[in-house]
Design a binder for this molecule. Structure first.
Ligand code: ADP
Length: 296
């Protein structure tokens, strides 16, 4: 699916503008929307899946204006909201079957085949008879993905799926998404966790205070910070001075000193040397500098 977003703005009735003039083009595969809490990611996604309306701007999905074709668009979209909750009285397979009844026209026999196929795909077949509300946090998220997939969407929108998951579950979740992105489906994933993006997405945007601070590839974002990441060993006094002037990204105590990595446009200390940048450095750089839309 090709999604063209032009001049998208969302102002809530209380006057707060959560998304400001966002322009993005999103193609097939996995697209990452990175940003801190409050950046506007959920607001953006709710508009995208037609749960709420934009104040201004247009979204075209494969050429269809989503405001003019809401019903058609809803059939193309699977959505896993951040606050996804389950009915307490249903077993895992029953929950998914219920979702299938809502979003497909399949007969019972075909539905059940599909339910088990999806449970297998997200690694929940073993727990199909467990009550859905008794699943672990990671399992619930995976069941959330299964319900979003049941209508065979062309676009899958997933809001902060890895928040609160332990590292093993987070990796498992990322792997499921990577597998899905090999199929003919566009996936938009929002997160404030840099590792979610670097391990799954070739295309991304960073939102900050409702505005696009960067769009391009993770590698392109890293390139922007190259030459601005520094490493230096400092004593307590030097460290205390430098940390008031620059964004410190890591400190490791080494032999009574501090091995410090920090972000600075110019060399922050005579002994500082350039360090290899990564996406976390770039994230801090864009957050601190509020650079506006990048040049890529
Ligand atoms: P994120 O998903 O990146 O954390 P949100 O889209 O949830 O960001 O929120 C962006 C901003 O919009 C925040 O300042 C939030 O308080 C505000 N906001 C979100 N929803 C509403 C609402 N329904 N009414 C008023 N303000 C809202």
């Amino acid at each position: 699916m090709n999604i063209q977003i032009t001049g998208l703005t969302k102002t809530y009735p209380n006057g707060h503008t959560a998304i400001k003039n966002v322009n993005l083009e999103i193609g097939s595969g996995m697209f990452g929307l990175l940003g801190p809490n409050g950046a506007g990611k959920s607001s953006f996604m709710r508009v995208l899946v037609t749960v709420q309306q934009a104040t201004a701007g247009t979204i075209l999905m494969d050429g269809l204006n989503i405001n003019e074709h809401r019903q058609k668009i809803r059939k193309l979209v699977g959505y896993l909201p951040q606050d996804f909750t389950f009915f307490s009285k249903l077993k895992t397979w029953e929950f998914l079957d219920y979702a299938a009844q809502l979003s497909t026209n399949l007969k019972k026999k075909d539905r059940l085949i599909k339910v088990d196929k999806l449970l297998d795909q997200v690694g929940l077949l073993d727990v199909r008879d467990r009550m859905a509300n008794k699943l672990s946090g990671g399992m619930k998220r995976r069941l959330g993905i299964a319900q979003a997939l049941i209508g065979e969407p062309k676009l899958l929108v997933i809001d902060e799926p890895t928040t609160g998951l332990d590292p093993e579950e987070r990796i498992r979740f990322r792997n499921i998404l990577s597998d899905l992105s090999q199929q003919d489906v566009t996936i938009i994933l929002s997160t404030h966790i840099v590792g979610d993006i670097s391990s799954t997405c070739h295309n991304m945007a960073m939102l900050n205070k409702g505005e696009v601070a960067f769009k391009g590839s993770p590698e392109g974002m890293i390139d922007q910070v190259r030459g601005h990441v520094w490493q230096v060993n400092l004593d307590d006094e030097e460290f205390n001075i430098l940390k008031t002037k620059h964004s410190v990204v890591s400190t490791i105590p080494v032999d009574g000193k501090w091995e410090v990595q920090l972000i600075a446009t110019d060399q922050p200390h005579p002994k500082a040397v350039n360090a290899n940048p990564n996406l976390e450095h770039a994230y801090v750089y864009f957050m601190e500098n509020e650079l506006g839309v990048s040049l890529v």
